[in-house]
Design a protein around this ligand. Structure first.
Ligand code: PMP
Length: 454
């Protein structure tokens, strides 16, 4: 067999890395990297071609809510592949209809109808276009510390510092501050007195300058994911909801990362019983086994769409393999009590993190809901000086890189952002694996402690 044979699984790992470095373009990265070659995964673990195993405390971009290779999802994809791999989006399909019905069952009450996309960006892209068509207005309000996607419109809405790498050039984006109470942008220590943390007052002031009649929608992650797991204070989402309603502005909740049990409820907004007009999702819907996202709308919008065409479409909308995997994943979560597991494991995780904070002065803040958590690392707890600055350049982020390498070497796959470590293991991770991860994290944090300045 020649060195370049395509017969699986004969590739030499060195060849795989070589091709990765020279011919594969990797998201958001400088190219030329040679990562470990992953050859398999199961549950909360994945492993590489050297046989090294990694405990997945990230769930692969917060996708694998049910862990890797969940047998019910894998079987559903195989069964669907045998039956029907593809049929155009305008045709009826049992798995498509079943997933649409399941979405209606688990989303907040006013949501009745769903468009299936290939991921989160496509879902948000359509959400903002629909909001503009429906309202006849053009501006979209998004928050600074947000991630909404990497396509033209969604990148423009994204506040993640990586958007500076490339220009999001959609006009009409207005920015709002985030209720980031550990580092209040208004300098408040009490969220009850802070217009930003209350939500509505800050939005109302923005609208005074922007003219509410020009604003189509507010888009936000009910709990911010990529930018450091920011949980809003109670009352925040309600206050935003009421302000939007007063001005006929649609509210879009981006639940791409926080949805499908990640926070212990089907959707993060369920913690506060606040419903959006449009809800976007992806990732946990099928643990990411096949590309799938959703844009779901309220009955009011769904009724409107009976008279006006949906302003978008995709070749792979409602792809049967994706829908089959989504149905299997949601049913598995219902059958296996995954939401309750996520709630219990999340509480345990945060209580153990609190114990680590007693030991590691570098832990400035612990926050999260369910299995959607972060710790924020500081050089000094009193001043809250960050271990590395927000949007740190690679050299400034040296301690974080060192920690990442140390943890990987010890077999723990963590997720780093600025001065935060996000902890988002699979929702069904065992207590034993959770403890193992925490033990490695404990040793990893010693690196940050060395940078602590009294
Ligand atoms: N919204 C949020 C909240 C996300 O976290 C992401 C991806 N991390 C996206 C949108 C974009 O999703 P995708 O990468 O599937 O396009």
């Amino acid at each position: 067999m020649s060195e370049f044979s395509n017969e699986y699984p004969t590739h030499d790992p060195g060849w795989v890395q070589e091709m990765h470095a020279n011919h594969y373009l990797q998201s958001w990265s400088k190219q030329g990297r040679k990562p470990p070659v992953i050859t398999g995964a199961e549950g909360s673990w994945f492993w590489d071609s050297t046989g090294k195993r990694y405990l997945d405390f990230q769930s692969q971009l917060v996708n694998a809510n049910l862990g890797h290779q969940h047998p019910k999802i894998v079987q559903a994809i195989k069964d669907q592949a045998d039956k029907l791999c593809y049929i155009g989006p305008a045709m009826g399909s049992d798995v498509r209809s079943e997933l649409a019905a399941l979405m209606t069952e688990i989303t907040p009450e006013p949501i009745t109808s769903t468009f299936f996309t290939t991921g989160g960006s496509a879902a948000n892209e359509l959400a903002i276009r629909l909001a503009r068509h429906y309202t006849g207005r053009s501006k979209i309000i998004a928050r600074y510390r947000s991630y909404h996607g990497a396509t033209g419109g969604t990148l423009s809405l994204t506040g993640d510092p990586r958007r500076h790498l490339t220009r999001g050039d959609m006009p009409g984006v207005v920015r709002m501050l985030d209720p980031y109470c550990y580092r209040c942008p208004m300098g408040h220590t009490d969220s009850a007195n802070c217009p930003v943390s209350q939500g509505g007052p800050h939005l109302e002031e923005l609208l005074m300058y922007e003219n509410p009649q020009t604003v189509a929608a507010v888009i936000l992650e009910p709990i911010v994911g990529t930018n450091g797991i920011l949980v809003p204070p109670d009352g925040y989402l309600q206050s935003i909801r009421e302000t939007c309603d007063r001005h006929g502005i649609l509210l879009i909740f981006d639940e791409v990362m926080a949805g499908f049990g990640r926070t212990g409820k089907w959707f993060a907004c369920d913690h506060w019983d606040v419903a959006p007009d449009i809800l976007s999702s992806a990732k946990g819907i099928n643990s990411g086994y096949v590309p799938l996202g959703t844009m779901s709308v309220s009955k009011t919008l769904a009724d409107w769409l009976k008279d006006y065409p949906l302003p978008g479409g995709l070749t792979y909308a409602g792809h049967p393999l994706a829908c089959a995997s989504g149905v299997a994943a949601i049913r598995a979560m219902q059958e296996e009590g995954t939401l309750a597991k996520a709630t219990a494991s999340g509480e345990y995780l945060r209580s153990e993190l609190a114990k680590l904070a007693d030991k590691h002065p570098c832990i400035g803040d612990i926050r999260g809901k369910g299995m959607f958590n972060a710790i924020e690392l500081v050089k000094n707890r009193d001043t809250r000086e960050m271990l590395v600055p927000f949007a740190a350049k690679e050299d400034a982020a040296a301690p974080m890189s060192e920690m990442m390498k140390f943890a990987m070497n010890e077999g723990l796959y963590l997720s780093f952002f600025s001065n935060c470590i996000r902890l988002t293991p699979p929702l069904n991770i065992s207590r034993e694996d959770l403890d193992l991860g925490l033990e490695i994290l404990d040793r990893t944090l010693e690196i940050a402690d060395e940078h602590y300045q009294l």
